[in-house]
Design a binder for this molecule. Structure first.
Ligand SMILES: NC(=O)c1ccc[n+]([C@@H]2O[C@H](COP(=O)([O-])OP(=O)(O)OC[C@H]3O[C@@H](n4cnc5c(N)ncnc54)[C@H](O)[C@@H]3O)[C@@H](O)[C@H]2O)c1
Length: 322
């Protein structure tokens, strides 16, 4: 199956490595940066590299396009691909606002082509394991979720940190909770470049009453990717940076006893479980899923509808924070 990859920079080169490992995929890479192209050509001998897309989209053998260019180019490229009746995988964020995201969604429905967004964490075995634990009732009713996604850069000039990093947390929250945030507030800061948000301390409330805190930042000397899911019967800790034990389930609860007008609180310290997590690379699973969706006409897990919901949530956050 012929697949065209647009953009083979930091992230696109990872997609390239994974696509190249899928049997039956024949890759054509469009990458205007000559140095990047030169470096990749030395590693990938059998792949065709082009400087620009020229008439590539008119090639009827190109079944799908994978877009890993800067965020500001996503909407236009994805639209062109869908209009040429190509199946499309586009990195997050899919477009610059929800109206444009909706337009892509409608276009994919009209052309009956796959529209898949790069919400990579949805393909992470750890994230799927947390969902399983929640759905099995291991921690009971959820009280709150608190997530930190901080590191030093990559400092992007066409999107701020909310549009760059929040799609990850929001796609995971939508998946775990099966609902969209109803309210948002919080604070943002432009620490390094004037008027370019690089830190966000975000609070969300969902219709079920669950509250969430998300910290996103490009201004941290260390990389932290950790999430606490707190429930009435226990806690789940998901730490994406801990490759050996990314998910832990703490069976710890509070016992409250009421005697007349007083309440007495005790802790019950239970076991800690470390579930086995498959060591598969989320990106490989994501790219395999895209190819399968094209082959069998399936709707992707992270489809245009999900991309639209995530962008709507970012817009809610952006207009609610100070
Ligand atoms: N899903 C994830 O976890 C994840 C992680 C990192 C980045 N990303 C996304 O990947 C995208 C790319 O990010 P990056 O860090 O690789 O940026 P990058 O700047 O390293 O790479 C972008 C590449 O696109 C090329 N390019 C620009 N315009 C092009 C065009 N019209 N056609 C073909 N190529 C073009 C550039 O030459 C460059 O090599 C961004 O949208 C980012 O949000 C996703």
């Amino acid at each position: 199956m012929k697949i065209a990859l647009f953009g083979a920079g930091y992230w696109g080169s990872k997609l390239l490595r994974n696509l190249n490992a899928i049997p039956d995929v024949e890759l054509i890479v469009v990458e205007p940066n000559e140095q990047t192209q030169y470096n990749l050509k030395r590693v990938y001998k059998g792949i065709t590299f082009l400087n620009d897309r020229d008439n590539l989209m008119d090639d009827p053998d190109v079944a799908g396009c994978v877009i890993a260019t800067p965020a500001s180019t996503h909407y236009k490229l994805a639209k062109d691909c869908l209009e040429k009746e190509k199946n499309v995988f586009v990195e997050k964020p899919i477009a610059g606002d929800s109206t444009l995201a909706k337009e892509l969604l409608e276009l994919s429905k009209k052309s009956k082509k796959v529209l898949m967004v790069g919400h990579t964490l949805r393909y992470s075995p750890s994230v799927i394991k947390v969902k399983e634990l929640i759905d099995k009732g291991e921690i009971g009713k959820i009280f709150y979720i608190a997530s930190r996604r901080i590191n030093l850069g990559i400092y992007r000039d066409d999107v701020n940190v909310l549009w760059d990093l929040l799609p990850h947390d929001l796609s995971v929250l939508l998946y775990w909770l099966n609902e969209e945030p109803a309210k948002a507030n919080g604070f943002v800061k432009d620490a390094v470049i004037n008027k370019h948000t690089d830190i966000g301390f975000i609070n969300l409330k969902f219709p079920s009453g669950i509250i969430c805190h998300i910290e996103v930042s490009w201004v941290s000397p260390v990389k932290i990717r950790s999430t606490v899911v707190a429930g009435e019967k226990g806690y789940i800790i998901y730490d994406d940076a801990n490759t050996a034990e990314p998910v832990k389930l703490y069976k710890r609860v509070f016992n409250v006893e009421f005697q007349e007008d007083n309440w007495f609180l005790t802790h019950r310290i239970g076991d800690i479980y470390v579930p086995h997590i498959e060591g598969k690379e989320p990106l490989r699973l994501e790219m395999e899923h895209f190819i399968q969706c094209i082959k069998y006409g399936r709707t992707p897990l992270t489809n245009g509808e999900e991309a639209y919901k995530v962008i709507k949530a970012i817009e809610l956050i952006e207009k609610s924070v100070e």
